[in-house]
Design a protein around this ligand. Structure first.
Ligand SMILES: [Zn+2]
Length: 151
């Protein structure tokens, strides 16, 4: 019977059943929106989680990770700079520290920009392909095998 099944791409290549479903549909069916007095949101069945779409990468995490050292170093850099300007005799004592703070701050800022560029490139080049693959993935309802059918 396996030879007959080759003519129909819309069937499981592991167990042979024609009972396969597109991943976006499986995801939609298993996702329930709910709202209660304390929580609202969506809940997902196990199969919906397995068929979840890929996510584009967000900027929030690197913004937080890099933003904290950037704020910290620039804040204390400017505090030191203000002190030097107010008391020029303290320049010899504080000058080097202030410079180091500003250098670390600038390096963190550069690191954040590089991180953002990597995320933007991923969202522009990698993510659309993952999304397309997801839209063309079928899940067997009998054995759970995933299959990409690019048509
Ligand atoms: Zn199957």
């Amino acid at each position: 019977m396996a030879s007959v099944s080759q003519f129909n791409p819309y069937q499981c290549d592991q167990c042979g059943t024609a009972n396969i479903v597109a991943a976006p549909i499986l995801y939609e069916q298993g996702t329930r929106a709910y709202s209660g007095p304390f929580h609202s949101g969506t809940s997902q069945s196990y199969s919906a989680l397995a068929a979840a779409p890929p996510d584009p990468r967000g900027y929030g995490r690197p913004l937080l990770l890099w933003g904290i050292p950037i704020c910290f170093t620039f804040f204390w850099g400017f505090v030191g700079l203000g002190r030097i300007l107010g008391h020029p005799e303290s320049a010899a004592r504080l000058g080097e520290t202030v410079v180091v703070f500003f250098l670390i701050g600038a390096a963190s800022f550069a690191g954040m920009l590089l991180n953002f560029r990597r995320i933007a490139r991923y969202n522009r080049q990698v993510y659309p392909q993952l999304r397309w693959n997801w839209e063309h993935t079928y899940v067997c309802r009998r054995c759970g095998k995933l299959r990409l059918i690019p048509s």
